[in-house]
Design a protein. Structure first.
Lengths: 150, 150
DNA sequence: TGACCCATGTCAGTATTCTGACATACCTTT
DNA sequence: AAAGGTATGTCAGAATACTGACATGGGTCA
């Protein structure tokens, strides 16, 4: 006889998805007026902190496939937010950089996203936030380790 | 002069997205062999716990639009996993219920998802998990409250 | 009763992401 | 040097979710 289902009222997995969904919605809400999607913003923010990231690296950082990021990068390049060299300096990877326009566009978005993150954390103490960081990091590590062989 | 960007290495928002992404990937991995997507599974799990949920209620519970859930429900109904009355008993909402086939299909998926959730939490004590629940709940509530007027 | 508002189900079109596939470049090993 | 393995960029097609729109049912209030 099969076990009962997963109790969604107490499941941390479900709650994690709920929190992520709420964050996504809040971010979309503030980024929409700026004509920016979350992936779009993530890409610019990654490039601001680590100039020269390749398409594949940006994809991993934004949690999408490199194919999806490639589509986005081509649009961003066409519209003058980022630049890539015509030929790869080494290997196949094309290092991407923000243009002045890209940096300007990112400034407003960063402010908007910062306000959302502040709101998200307003009920948590500094100690709480440290604990939350530790636990989420542990979850990510466990999930990436793959199924336990035993 | 604009402020600097958001430090992704220490941002709880980014980490939340990372954890959610890792969970999504792990769930997709175990559900794929069963021919099931996450939304598909979520729908069945919701119906197992709260029989008679309407399309819109299922959509909210699975964090998708009611249009997306409607497409899924039509497929599930066509394939015999759920049933809906031909006419709404009251209002326009059609209460949905699992069939025996739907319940059987859910059993395997629940076991698979349970193993993923266990793995995710294996580094956290019971107290940790309670704290994580409290913090995530706080984040969801704060995000849904909308921007602080002040 | 009638006007209004809100929630629901549904259709259609659009957008975004994903999977599959291929060629290329680097690295390691033999 | 040659072969195998891994990573990358890119194209094409499929799957999935979303936005917009419309009609209907139920409730509230004047």
């Amino acid at each position: 006889m099969g076990q009962d289902g997963i109790d969604l009222e107490t499941s941390l997995g479900y709650l994690l998805k709920e929190a992520s969904s709420a964050l996504r919605l809040a971010m979309e809400e503030v980024l929409r007026p700026l004509g920016m999607t979350i992936t779009h913003y993530s890409c610019l923010e990654l490039l601001a902190q680590r100039p020269g990231l390749s398409n594949s690296e940006l994809a991993r950082g934004a949690f999408v496939t490199r194919q999806s990021m490639n589509v986005l990068l081509q649009a961003l390049e066409r519209d003058g937010y980022v630049t890539r060299p015509a030929a790869p300096p080494v290997g196949k990877a094309l290092p991407t950089r923000l243009t002045a326009r890209g940096r300007r566009s990112l400034e407003k978005a960063t402010a908007a996203v910062r306000s959302v993150e502040s709101r998200m954390l307003e009920g948590l103490s500094a100690g709480d936030q440290q604990e939350a960081f530790r636990m989420l990091t542990s979850m990510v590590r466990s999930l990436r380790e793959g199924p336990t062989p035993g």
